[in-house]
Unconditional design. Structure first.
Length: 650
């Protein structure tokens, strides 16, 4: 049974345990329940324009309090410290595994194995989300009884690397059980390659986190690690003997898993064509992100299908044809793209045309920026349809003054990624193009980074992967030319990935990170990457101003009123202000329009923000006497155990 008909619907809620989960199709249906809850999609917000907002590469209309130290406070209740989906996976395991081992599940053996593999995968992915947000986390593998003593014991936090090892073990089980292609033959269900890819992702995340947070409270046994304050973690020792061995273990695991995918799933072609007429050649790389059926693309490992007939639709295409849902690219991100010749824009003889107008920004640039960055006058729709007539046919001048919810251009820079040229998908909430969950290029990128982090050099396989990505991007594939021309002081002005732990990284590592950022835009990676690289420390001493396009240059005339004057209003104390002042910067600063902005002086950071606080409710319900201090849970570094308070300075 395929999951595509169940992406955003609940299965039957009333089932009798004794008569359920003993037949192949029932295993598939149970997994279907967790697909929309755990896998990334437009619906979950883990893919799409909002997925990379509030980072250095993309800005939402409103700023995020995590960059205004003191405004992010410990909640009293709620948050993502919860186990609902883990419980569902554990229930499946407890019910199904004994029946499976006894041979009492009816159906095709390979399919039964596959669906069990899916559940190992889904549990692993859910745990991975918690490691990213909280670090140390309880490992619960069984369905717990509603007994306070048992629940308190289960609340003990395992060191983060132990949780990561548990995730890898679940993924290893998944890899053993999953088929190369799901039973329905499509790419709508989890496959072996999906599990290998996520294994490479998890291992890379943990290996780099341990490396860059070494000797801090954010790693087991680091100075000030709060886990040491609990008896159950006081004598903790790394299973590999040391944190350095642990780092090496995870990076090796990442390389091995990434290679298994990258060697078998080639990249989709980018023919360098921006289709603007029905007679133009289609560009597979462009179309892959907005296709109704993504199964034919070699690079796609898993995608989510939407269905108009079932009322399962989205509005990503409409947003791609306008202001990207009020999320705009930052000037820093746009500047980080290379020229097609492989040189940074500031390099001598780079050929950079400047940023006075959007056409110049795109000229002779990395093929991904040239292809996806929109400019006024380009066609968003090529195929008319009777199904929908609300598409934005021609890209307009970016409306940076728009105040109605959802359609303004926050920075002036927007992209057409996820667009579909068929008019039927452009109406509000009417699109049923696919949502791309996993693609093989990530494996290429994971291998390159893990290889360099582990060995401080690139092997032949990493070099070939990197050349393949750049060749597809239509950038000079000689990455050494780029490395030689890279000035880290210049890069640091634009890109937080230039830093780890407040220090500039070397040019090779930075360019590996640059490649990742240019390739994976709006696929939900950036914030996780910045955290594992420890790339915000410098914001504790030097604030960062989020900027968009060069408003106060020739483009300001775009906003002249027909009868004279301008639509642009500025002045920090003017309630009608809609843009930042030219005295502040010639570039649009979306968070410096009003004096009421808490980030008027730029984005800042607190070390505690690398992990989320745990809500006080969870300490209380896991305590012996309703006192926080008696709970086995410990708070994350810097965060207090009092509600509605911000973190201390670490």
């Amino acid at each position: 049974m395929g999951c595509k008909d169940f992406l955003d619907r609940e299965p039957l809620s009333q089932v009798t345990p004794e008569a359920y989960l003993n037949e192949e199709s029932q295993l598939a249906a149970y997994a279907n329940k967790l697909y929309p809850d755990i896998l990334p999609s437009f619906s979950s917000g883990e893919i799409g324009f909002s997925s990379d907002a509030h980072t250095d590469i993309a800005a939402y209309k409103g700023y995020d309090n995590r960059y205004a130290p003191g405004e992010w406070k410990v909640p009293h209740e709620g948050g993502n410290w919860e186990f609902t989906k883990i419980y569902s996976a554990n229930y499946f395991m407890e019910r199904v595994l004994p029946l499976w081992e006894a041979g009492e599940i009816t159906g095709i053996k390979e399919n039964i194995d596959h669906y069990i593999g899916e559940m190992y995968f889904l549990r692993a992915l859910e745990y991975y989300k918690n490691v990213q947000e909280f670090g140390d986390f309880p490992i619960v593998k069984t369905v717990l009884k509603d007994e306070k003593g048992q629940l308190i014991e289960a609340s003990k936090r395992f060191p983060r690397n132990e949780v990561a090892r548990f995730i890898l073990s679940d993924l290893d089980q998944a890899i053993l059980l999953l088929q190369e292609r799901a039973p329905d033959g499509q790419k709508n269900r989890i496959s072996k390659a999906s599990a290998q890819l996520i294994k490479s992702r998890v291992a890379l995340f943990e290996g780099t986190w341990l490396k860059y947070f070494k000797n801090t409270p954010f790693v087991p046994n680091g100075t000030g690690w709060p886990g040491k304050d609990k008896d159950y973690n006081r004598s903790y020792q790394y299973p590999s003997g040391s944190i350095d061995n642990e780092i090496d273990y995870f990076l090796s695991q990442s390389m091995e898993a990434a290679m298994a995918v990258a060697d078998n799933y080639p990249l989709v072609e980018n023919n360098g064509v921006l289709q603007q007429d029905v007679t133009d050649a289609v560009n597979p790389y462009h179309d892959m992100f907005g296709s109704e059926n993504m199964s034919a693309y070699s690079e796609v490992l898993l995608w989510r299908q939407y269905d108009k007939g079932l009322g399962i639709t989205h509005d990503i295409v409409q947003r791609a044809q306008l202001g990207n849902g009020e999320v705009g690219l930052t000037r820093g991100y746009v500047n980080s793209f290379l020229m097609a010749n492989g040189l940074p824009i500031y390099a001598q003889a780079s050929g950079y045309a400047g940023d006075d107008v959007l056409a110049d920004v795109r000229k002779n640039r990395d093929g991904r920026l040239w292809l996806f960055l929109k400019e006024p006058g380009q066609k968003n729709v090529l195929y008319e349809s009777s199904e929908g007539t609300h598409s934005t046919l021609i890209e307009p001048i970016p409306d940076i003054t728009e105040s109605s919810q959802g359609w303004g251009y926050t920075t002036g820079y927007t992209v057409r990624k996820f667009n579909n040229y068929d008019q039927k998908h452009g109406g509000n909430g009417l699109a049923y193009t696919g949502s791309l969950a996993f693609r093989s290029v990530e494996a290429y990128l994971n291998y390159i980074e893990a290889c360099y982090e582990k060995n401080k050099s690139l092997d032949g396989k990493a070099e070939n992967y990197w050349k393949s990505i750049r060749r597809r991007a239509r950038v000079n594939e000689d990455f050494q030319t780029t490395i030689a021309a890279t000035n880290m002081s210049e890069e640091a002005k634009n890109n937080w990935a230039a830093y780890s732990a407040g220090q500039l990284v070397d040019a090779t590592l930075y360019n590996i990170r640059r490649e990742r950022g240019c390739e994976l835009l709006y696929e939900g990676f950036r914030y996780a990457d910045l955290r594992r690289w420890r790339s915000m420390d410098q914001l504790m001493t030097n604030s960062y101003h989020i900027e968009g396009f060069k408003l106060w240059g020739p483009m300001q005339t775009w906003y002249n009123k027909p009868a004279g004057g301008t639509k642009l209003i500025y002045g920090l104390n003017d309630p009608a202000a809609n843009v930042s002042s030219p005295q502040t910067s010639k570039y649009l600063r979306p968070y410096e329009i009003s004096a009421k902005s808490l980030v008027l002086g730029g984005y800042k950071w607190n070390m505690a923000h690398y992990l989320s606080p745990i809500a006080i409710q969870h300490f209380l319900i896991s305590s012996e006497n309703n006192e926080v201090s008696t709970s086995p849970i410990y708070q994350n570094p810097g965060w207090p155990t009092t509600a509605n308070q911000g973190p201390s300075t670490l």
